[in-house]
Design a protein around this ligand. Structure first.
Ligand SMILES: NC(=O)c1ccc[n+]([C@@H]2O[C@H](COP(=O)([O-])OP(=O)(O)OC[C@H]3O[C@@H](n4cnc5c(N)ncnc54)[C@H](OP(=O)(O)O)[C@@H]3O)[C@@H](O)[C@H]2O)c1
Length: 228
């Protein structure tokens, strides 16, 4: 595949390395110098690519998605923090005949963790003496808090149990840790996912790009895994 990278920070560079290892070519890089550039002009920079992968900042996502729709290039969005614009961006993609996969977390382990957390919440819903809580930890460079992954965990388990505020820690170089706990009068059950490196996120984004080529619509990363 010919891949366009939108965002060339920590994640963009890992995607580049792993995509080349998988036999793909990086044909275009849209970096921070494109801040303030109109969607139509970004679209021209994407011409000739089979898919685009976006790891930028929340404020740039709408513009980047619009550019991909104009260029008719399917896009994988790994950037987090744009939940409030979700409906607007979905309309942009579906009404414009575009294709997009997004995910707060492209690690396969985390996507399985969502399902484990959901099952646990369903069980604990029958025992209200246990109170649920969510914690997350990330490196100090991460801009959004709480993480998109923690918000997704909250969305999934809130169907069954109440949770308080998500506790977010920003320190050092932590690639990403998420915990769901159920605390009762006599004991505590703690579920934890720990990312060891950020390569797993980049690989999941590349797999999503391979999957979205030739499709139309607005998808979440779970859809990619469900169809495996
Ligand atoms: N879904 C997942 O699995 C996953 C995994 C890891 C991270 N993330 C998310 O991915 C995003 C990026 O993370 P990161 O660690 O790579 O951050 P990062 O190192 O700060 O990289 C973001 C890059 O995008 C650039 N940028 C800013 N505005 C732009 C624009 N308008 N157009 C193009 N590029 C622009 C930034 O430039 P400047 O530095 O000059 O501003 C920076 O180089 C964050 O939202 C993070 O939460 C998601």
């Amino acid at each position: 595949m010919k891949i366009a990278l939108i965002g060339y920070g920590a994640m963009g560079k890992i995607v580049e390395r792993l995509a080349v290892e998988r036999g793909h070519a990086i044909v275009s890089v849209v970096d921070e110098t494109a801040s303030g550039v109109a969607p139509g002009d970004v679209a021209k920079m994407l011409a000739g690519s089979d898919a685009a992968i976006d790891f930028t900042v929340a404020e740039a996502v709408r513009r980047n998605v619009e550019a991909c729709v104009i260029a008719k290039v399917p896009v994988v969005v790994g950037t987090t923090g744009w939940n409030e614009q979700r409906h607007e961006i979905k309309d942009l993609v579906t009404l414009g005949g575009g294709a997009m996969v997004f995910g707060a977390n492209f690690s396969i382990g985390v996507n399985l963790f969502y399902r484990i957390a959901q099952y646990a919440a369903e069980l604990f819903a029958q025992f209200p003496e246990y109170e649920a809580f969510i914690e997350e930890q990330h490196h100090s460079r991460k801009k959004d808090a709480p993480s998109g992954t923690a918000l997704k965990i909250k969305e999934v388990i809130s169907r069954y149990v109440n949770t308080g505020e998500i506790a977010a820690t920003r320190a050092g170089n932590i690639p990403g840790t998420h915990r769901v706990g159920f605390d009762g009068p006599a004991d505590q059950i703690l579920l934890e996912h720990t990312a060891r490196t950020r390569d797993g996120f980049a690989l999941g984004a590349i797999m999503a790009a391979e999957w979205i080529v030739g499709k139309q619509g607005f998808f979440e990363f779970g859809d990619v895994l469900n169809k495996k």
